[in-house]
Every structure is written in C-alpha cells, then in structure tokens.
Design a protein around this ligand. Structure first.
Ligand SMILES: Nc1nc2c(ncn2[C@@H]2O[C@H](COP(=O)(O)OP(=O)(O)OP(=O)(O)O)[C@@H](O)[C@H]2O)c(=O)[nH]1
Ligand SMILES: [Mg+2]
Length: 455
C-alpha cells in the first residue's frame, strides 16, 4: 500500500509513546528521531523531513496540554496534525457550483496523465457528473486514440483532432460545447524533460483553457527529481493539486511528496494500478489516521458508496453503525464488501482493525458461502429476514428443507449475523482493545468473513 514502510515505522514509534511512563524531553527527542528515520527511509526530501520534525518538536516542548487530553494523547495529536498539514491539510474539493469545472492535467512523459484523465472521468461520472475529456496532446502519435478508447470504456465523450497540430485550436474548436458538461478534463502533452518547448506550449494551453484546477501528475517512482519538475510546472501554470500515480509499484512514494511542498498544493488522488478504477481519493486526515492506526471509517464508506448506490450505502452504513441491521443488510453488505476489492484493504480502513494482526490471506469472503446464504435467505419469509431473532428450531428446519441446505448451515448464517451485529456495535465504540477482547471471546472468528483466526 501507499507509503507502506512509513506506516509501519510510525506505528512502532507511536507504540513507544503509548508504552512509556512519562512524556519528557527524552521521549520527544526519540520520537522526532524515529519520525525522521521513517520519512527518510520513505524517500522524503531531507529538508522537508527536518522542517517537519522541528515543528513537531517545538510544539511538543512548548504547548500546554489542553484540558481533557492526556500528555500522551496530546503528543500523538501533534504528530497527527503535523503529518496531515505536511500532506496538504484538508485536501481539495472541486466546486461544482460553478459549471463547468475545467481541470487540466500536466506532467512529463509517461507519468500517467492520460490514464489519470480516464480515471478522473470515471470517478466523477460515478458521482453523477456529466463529464467530457479533451485531448490537446498533439505529440504522442496515438494520444487521441488512447483517450478515445478510455472514454469509450466508460461512455464519456472525448473531443480532439487526431490529425491536429495546434493544441490551442483543438481547445477553441471544443469550447462552444463547454456548457453541456459539469466537468471538463483536459489532457496535455508531456516531454521527456522540461523543455522550453513544453513550457511554451503549456503556457498557450493554459491561457486559452483557463482551467480552474491544474493538477500535476507525478509517478511515485520519480523520486528526488520530483522537486525540480514540480517547481517548473508550478512556475508555468500554477499547480493547484497533485496526483501521485503508480503507488502500486515498488517505489516508496515519498519523493513525490516534495511536489506538495513546492507547489503548496495537496495530493488529491493517488493511482494504484493501470485499470480505470485503480484510483483513490487521497485524504490526508484519513491517510495519516490509518498510518497511526486510528482507522478511517469515512474512506471505507466512500468505497462502499462506489460499490453500491449512494442511497443504499447511507442506509446500510447507518444501520451498521447503530448495530441494528437485518439479514438482508448483512448479505448486501457482504456483497458490497466483495465489490470493494480485497478485504485486507477494506480492513485497513476500519477503525481498530489495523491493529488486529489478521493474516492477510485469510481475509477473503468465501464465494461459496455467499451463494449458500442466498439460497437460505430465499427460503426465509420477509418477517424472518427482517427480524432473524425470531428463528426458532422449527423455522430453521423449515428453511433448511426449503433451501436444500443443511440446518447447520442455516444456524451458521444466523450465528454470523449475530456476531456481525455485535462487532458493528463495537466498531462504533472504536476501541481496538475492547474489539480484540471481544473477538477472542468469539473464538477468534471475524463474523461473516470466513473463519478468520486472530493470531
Ligand atoms: N501500475 C500503474 N501504472 C500506471 C498508473 N498510472 C499510469 N500507469 C501506466 O503508465 C504508463 C503511462 O501512462 P500514460 O497515461 O500514457 O502517461 P502520460 O503521462 O499520458 O504519458 P505521455 O502522454 O506520453 O506524456 C501506462 O502504461 C499506464 O498504464 C498507476 O497508477 N499504476
Ligand atoms: Mg498521455
């Protein structure tokens, strides 16, 4: 995952705080050193690392502990806040009140601009926006076709001229149709290095397009060269946000973070694969929360929203959080979770789960189980589905016969339902300690997720 190494080192550091008796200068110094080491190992620029650690140290030594917080909590909070600010604070939201929003992607050759254009179009289209893409890259021979293919996959119109030579003209030919869309994504050409040529071309496009949002697309593998690139693009067109691509690879990703510092713009999305949906909104708060093991229910709900309809997601998540949900919800939730991707990824986003060492390979919902549940539930009455607590021995027998699936499977489903309900109540409480205790009590099984044992 994103900046994996950073995550595990920082977790270790925070455990150190949790275990120590007092918060004193010695501990703060140790903490700052640990954070420095973690960031440097993730390829973060040295100057950035020192600025950040200096800030943490100063705050930790000078600030009074606010009422209601323990010294340790306060220290963890300082680390949290500093890391969040470091990664761009609140992030960036497109303001669709002004229509259309025009978004331009810039970056060097092969960093992923065109791929990202498709991903962005997909992302916003899923959220109900009318999207168009414009290809102004007249350098790469197949640039128009590449974008056209992506647009075809997701049914988003693509404008451009495969034979055109003048990007500004391409934009001007499209411009009269702007009003039909909520969001227009403009792809631009790259070069293998920042040349005067590219800068001149981007200046021209930038002036014609007058994009509200100008995003620098930069690969996680760019490393320390990111600083120079970010500065040059920023000088040319005033970068307002950063997208880091290829975070699924082996690169540590920390190098690209300098782009945020140089442009004073936040990372707003990250690319985690070549496919059109291998794309995640990046929320510094959630990200740091996850790094520090606080979990991020928001991000989880966001994914759920994509996998199922928004209405359903709101409903189910509300029910889940209240711990009052029925069998249909459980089934839908399991289906949705499966759509969200590897369960191990989903688990990282649930508060507390990050700290339970669940073996990754076990986090697979069993396909066969879901199928059986479907049959069992098909034989249950509406009343029974909505209130599984009324399932008596005779009802279980009836359902078993009706579905042709054994009574023990029916009981298994009911058991999983009950345990999930309890688990969801606990998640709401959010304390990893109490969760762990509870899960041990349940025989080490995570309900609904196959027979997952806690190590
Ligand atoms: N693994 C991985 N590959 C990616 C990601 N984003 C883009 N790529 C790949 O990177 C390569 C280059 O992507 P493009 O979108 O063509 O890059 P570009 O910036 O438009 O390149 P130019 O048009 O030549 O400037 C392609 O093979 C993409 O599939 C990502 O998040 N992860
Ligand atoms: Mg391209």
């Amino acid at each position: 995952m994103v900046l994996d190494k950073l995550g595990s080192s920082l977790k270790g550091t925070l455990q150190k705080i949790a275990k120590s008796m007092f918060v004193d200068e010695k501990l703060i110094n140790e903490l700052v050193k640990d954070i420095q080491r973690a960031l440097l190992q993730s390829d973060v620029n040295v100057k950035l690392v020192f600025d950040l650690s200096k800030q943490i140290k100063e705050r930790a030594l000078k600030e009074e502990t606010p009422p209601g917080l323990s010294k340790k909590e306060h220290l963890i909070n300082i680390v949290y806040e500093s890391l969040v600010t470091f990664l761009g604070g609140e992030g960036l939201r497109l303001d669709f009140k002004k229509k259309p929003v025009v978004l331009m992607l810039v970056g060097l050759f092969g960093n992923g601009k065109t791929t990202t254009a498709g991903k962005l179009a997909h992302y916003y289209q899923k959220r109900g926006r009318k999207v168009a893409m414009v290809q102004t890259d007249t350098w790469r021979p197949a640039a128009y076709t590449q974008l056209k293919t992506l647009g075809g996959q997701i049914k988003v119109p693509v404008y451009g001229d495969p034979k055109g030579k003048d990007p500004v003209k391409i934009w001007k030919d499209f411009a009269p149709q702007k009003g039909k869309f909520d969001l227009i994504i403009v792809d631009t050409a790259g070069r293998d290095a920042l040349s005067n040529d590219l800068i001149k071309e981007l200046n021209g496009i930038n002036e014609a397009v007058r994009a509200d949002t100008r995003l620098l697309v930069i690969g996680a593998d760019v490393g320390q060269a990111a600083e120079k690139q970010a500065r040059a693009f920023h000088d040319t067109c005033g970068v307002t946000g950063v997208i880091i691509t290829k975070l699924d690879g082996t690169a540590k990703g920390g190098g690209a973070l300098i782009a945020c510092a140089v442009t004073e713009a936040p990372v707003i999305f990250v690319g985690v694969g070549e496919k059109i949906d291998a794309f995640e909104e990046f929320r510094p708060k959630g990200f740091v929360g996850r790094l520090l093991g606080m979990g991020d229910l928001e991000a989880l709900l966001d994914k759920a929203r994509e996998a199922i309809s928004e209405e359903d997601a709101k409903d189910i998540s509300k029910k889940l959080l209240k711990g009052d949900f029925n069998l249909i919800d459980l089934y839908e939730q399991m289906q949705a979770v499966r759509k969200m991707g590897p369960l191990s990824k989903v688990m990282e986003m649930v508060p507390g789960m990050g700290q339970l060492n669940i073996p990754k390979e076990m986090l697979n919902v069993q396909e066969g189980k879901l199928e059986k549940w479907k049959h069992i539930m098909g034989s249950m009455s509406k009343e029974e589905l909505e209130d599984p607590d009324i399932m008596s021995v005779s009802r279980i027998d009836r359902v078993a016969k009706g579905s042709g699936i054994g009574a023990s499977e029916v009981r298994d489903l009911l058991k999983q339902y009950k345990q999930s309900k309890k688990l969801m109540k606990m998640l709401k409480g959010g304390s990893p300690k109490s969760m762990e205790k509870m899960m041990k009590r349940m025989g080490g099984k995570v309900p609904g997720m196959g027979n997952v044992r806690i190590r």
